[in-house]
Design a protein around this ligand. Sequence first.
Ligand code: PMP
Length: 386
Amino acid sequence: RLVIPSTISANSTRKDHAGVMDKIINLDHGDPTMYERYWRQMGDKTTIIIPGWQSMSYFSDPTSICWFLEPEFSKEVVRLHNVVGNAVTQGRHVVVGTGSSQLILAALYALSSPHATEPISVVSAVPYYSSYPSMADFQKSGLYKWAGDAESFNKDGPYIELVTSPNNPDGYTRKSVVNRNQGLLIHDLAYYWPQYTPILFASDYDLTLFTVSKSTGHAGTRIGWALVKDPEVAKKMTKFIELNTIGVSKDSQLRAAKVLKAVSDSCEEEYSQGGEESFFKYSYKALEQRWKLLRVAVDSGGLFSLPKFSSAFCTFLNQESEIQPAFAWLKCEGDIEDCGSFLRGHKILTRSGEQFGASPKYVRISMLDTDEHFMQLIYRLTTIQK
Ligand code: PMP
C-alpha cells in the first residue's frame, strides 16, 4: 500500500480510477515544474519590475571578457557557489548563455582548433545525455564530430569528453573515462546541487557548466553559465555567443539573478536565524518523498528495476544524504525488450534508453514533473504490476 506524504497534494490522488488511467502522461522531458510550488510560496520575493527604459543597450560589462554578462547575475552566481560549496569560482571567468545548451555549443567551438586537419572527436560515456550527439553533429561542423561512447574510444590525438555528473539519465557520479593527455574536458554539472546528490567537494575543473533550469527549476528563463579557467577559451565562447545571439537576454539575467539571490538568502537565513527551510532543503525533501514512492511502486512487482545508490555525507546539508536523481533510469525486466513502447501502451511517455546510447530495455522518466503527473505515474506502475 502506498502512503502518500502530506506535501504531495491529496487532491492529486483522488481522481477517479478510469480518468487516471486514460490520460497520457508525458514524462519524456525533464521539465522542472515540480519547483513551482516552492516559488509560489515565496510570493513576491523573486518578482522583478523592469521599466521600459532599462536594459536597452546590447552591452553589460566592458570589463568582463563576457561583455554581455550582467554584473548582478555574475555576483549571484559566485555567491551561490560559495554558499553551496559545489564549485570553485576563484580564478574563473563567468560566461553566461541562453541555457547551458548554448554553452555546450560554445564550448565545442572554443575547444576545437580551426587549424586541425580533421574534426576533433566529441565523446561521452554511455548512457550519455541524449542531446549531445545531435548538438555535435547537427550542423555538420568541420571543427568537431560526435564519436560516441567514451568507454570504447581509442583514437589517438586530441578529443573532447563531455562529463556529466551526476549523470543524465542514470544519476551516477562520474569522472572522465578516456583519461589520456590531449583530452579537453567539458564538465556538465547541471545536476550537481544538494537536492539531487550529496555535495562532496567544490568542483575545480577547467570548464564547468551549470544552469538555472535544473538548480532552481527556471528552465523557461533560459539561463546557464560556464566557469572557465583559460581566458582564451572564455573569449572564444563569448565570440560564439556574439555571433549566435549577440549576447544573452538582460531581462532573463536579471530575473535569474533575483532567483539565485533568493536561493542564497534562503540558505543563509536557515542557518543563521533558524528561518524557513532553504530552497535546497525543501527540494531535497520533496525529491526524497518522490523517490521513496517510486521505489515502493517499482518493488511492488517484478517487472521493473531501478539503479541503487549509496548515501554520502553532504557538506552543504551537513548530513548523510541520498542520491535522488532528476530522472529515474528504469529497466524493464524479463521479456520486455522495448520498455518505452511497453510504457507507451500504458499511456506513459518516456525517453528510450536507445537515445542515450543504451539498451531499449531502459527508459528515462522525469522525476521533476507536477505532483499530479508524478502520482499518476506511481499509480500506474503499481497497477501494471498487479
Ligand atoms: N546538460 C544536461 C545534462 C541537461 O540535462 C540539460 C537539460 N536537460 C542541459 C544540459 C540543458 O539545459 P538548459 O539548456 O535548459 O540549461
